[in-house]
Design a protein around this ligand. Structure first.
Ligand SMILES: [Zn+2]
Length: 127
């Protein structure tokens, strides 16, 4: 019995209809490379690492909304930061001053714990 290909085949990359060989998956080398590159970048990090990166980037975004471009420093209390979705468990690095105060950074934005659950938000200056 002859097997008949009834399924309409489309390019895995651009979705255009395919003609020619049955095992063909892409229109051309361009689409094949495109597809392979996309797969590579999608799988570069495990889900655990992606989640951590997302949490760090979100923290940075939140600090950036509190400390806008025109300000040198800003203050926010813990409730406000939590309400915005801030995760205190995620930082990229810690800077401790000579007097023993620790600034916790998410990339270029950092915060210093003040009294009564207030925080001083700072941004690392561009060098
Ligand atoms: Zn294509």
């Amino acid at each position: 019995m002859e097997s008949i290909q009834t399924e309409k085949r489309t390019c895995h990359s651009c979705g255009n209809p395919l003609r020619g060989r049955v095992d063909k998956k892409f229109c051309n080398d361009y689409c094949r490379n495109n597809y392979n590159n996309e797969q590579k970048s999608r799988n570069r990090y495990s889900p655990v690492i992606r989640n951590i990166n997302n949490a760090l980037l979100k923290n940075r975004r939140i600090l950036a909304t509190v400390l806008t471009d025109r300000m040198e420093t800003a203050r926010a209390n813990r409730d406000k930061l939590l309400r915005l979705g801030f995760h205190f468990g995620y930082q990229t690095h810690v800077y401790t001053t000579k007097t023993g105060r620790s600034y916790y950074y998410c990339y270029d934005y950092g915060y210093l714990a003040l009294e009564n659950d207030w925080y001083l938000i700072v941004k690392k200056k561009e060098e």
